[in-house]
Design a protein around this ligand. Structure first.
Ligand SMILES: C[S@@+](CC[C@H](N)C(=O)[O-])C[C@H]1O[C@@H](n2cnc3c(N)ncnc32)[C@H](O)[C@@H]1O
Length: 389
């Protein structure tokens, strides 16, 4: 991550301008608002101790980092010129820019929120790991779209490389928690959902992908006769899934023991070698589901007073059944306007989002724009409105 280390100097006032839009003072650090090429992000400035001396470390604020990296490096370069402090270290001229993975296959969640539309049949694979099964399905079904979900980034990079090498055109890969992803897909649009060898989480069953809400969402997105397919070597996971299926009596399911598939993943090969039993549970959708529409907007409809917010906002975590809201930090802005920058983390426990709220002239807006429009983010936003009111 680009950063600079400067000799500390308290005498230089920081003048805001076109590029640097505000300075916000927190308890331990400062945030500096940057605007460039219609994008905005934050720099973090904090004191760094080196023996008896204190220096200034200026770096990119992680939750607001964006691409291209060159934009962030440019901001650090302008900052260095502006403050005229002695540079002790910088990595902003380093040419070691990380090669971006093939964008053709790797999608962000915004793509699924705003753009994804297809008339083709869809397969979804949850936690594809080494990607052997995902790539096999893509090659065997060139006319279908195979969406791969994975939370482990090195696995994603490996699959992106393989997809490119093997000239595969029909996969879309996303670094996202499967428990939250299905809500971005239309009802009755998917043919098969594979959950192969999910992590058993014997000690933390609440972390399992399979759950009542996940099966409900799977049945919503599956077409009639579409299937949700669990394959596991864990008898506990197998029995747990059968227990869940008692809630879905109208949906038929089949069980197979030691069934051979056309492709064997790395995990499966290991379990087979140990002569473990492999279980399949195949649940079939039997009816069409209604489309879901999310209600609500990410707006702050009131006028807010800086002093009142400063006095009353608590940093306690507000927990609800499915989501939480945590005001993490409050930064005071007095240069070049009176305002606040509030760092808040909220949303699902599985995949929370960190955002900043910017208070200026009594209005609050999400710095860098609204969070992703998910049911739990909208619910968390409503809770946030209550907290701020
Ligand atoms: C035991 S591995 C199995 C990999 C692959 N399916 C196979 O059969 O070889 C489980 C994979 O699921 C991924 N995973 C775990 N929880 C997940 C979640 N909530 N969403 C997406 N992927 C998940 C893990 O990162 C891991 O790569």
């Amino acid at each position: 991550m680009p950063h600079i280390l400067l000799q500390q100097d308290h005498t230089i006032p920081f003048e805001c301008d076109e590029q640097f839009s505000f300075v916000a003072q927190g308890k331990y650090d400062q945030k500096i608002g940057v605007r460039d090429e219609n994008k905005e992000f934050l720099l973090t400035k904090l004191a760094k101790k080196d023996g008896d001396t204190l220096n200034d470390l200026v770096k990119i604020d992680v939750p607001t980092r964006l691409s291209p990296v060159s934009l962030m490096k440019k901001a650090l370069e302008s900052y260095t010129k502006k403050v005229d402090q002695k540079v002790l270290f910088t990595n902003i001229h380093s040419k070691k820019n990380k090669i971006e993975p093939e964008q053709k296959y790797l999608k962000t969640i915004d793509y699924f929120v705003d753009q994804f539309k297809t008339d083709k049949d869809i397969f979804v694979e949850v936690g594809f790991g080494s990607g052997k099964h995902l790539l096999h399905q893509a090659k065997a079904n060139p006319q279908k779209i195979i969406i791969g979900l994975e939370i482990h980034y090195p696995s994603i990079e490996q699959v992106l490389k393989q997809a490119k090498l093997q000239n595969i055109e029909n996969i879309l890969v996303i670094n996202y928690d499967a428990r939250l992803f299905l809500e971005f897909l239309s009802s009755n649009s998917v043919e098969r959902i594979f959950v192969h060898f999910p992590v058993p989480w014997d000690k933390k069953p609440h972390r399992r992908v399979m759950s009542i809400p996940f099966i409900e969402e799977s049945l919503r997105v599956l077409k009639i006769d579409g299937t949700l397919e669990l394959r596991t070597d864990s008898i506990n996971y197998f029995e747990y899934t059968l227990e869940l299926l008692k809630e879905f009596r109208n949906y038929p399911f089949q069980i197979f023991k030691d069934q051979d598939l056309q492709i064997m993943s790395k995990y499966e090969a290991r379990w087979r070698k140990q002569e473990k039993t492999i279980w399949d549970v195949i649940i079939r959708s039997t009816k069409n589901s209604d489309e879901i529409y999310l209600e609500g907007v990410f707006e702050f409809p009131y006028k807010y007073d800086k002093q009142i917010l400063l006095e009353k906002l608590s940093r306690e975590i507000v927990r609800q059944e499915e989501y939480f809201v945590h005001i993490e930090d409050i930064y005071d802005i007095s240069n070049p306007f009176e305002g606040l920058l509030i760092k808040v983390t909220f949303g699902s426990f599985h995949m929370p989002v960190t955002k900043y709220l910017l208070l200026q002239n009594g209005d609050i807006r999400y710095f860098q724009g609204a969070p992703i429009r998910t049911r739990l983010n909208l619910e968390a936003h409503e809770k946030l409105l209550e907290i701020l009111k």
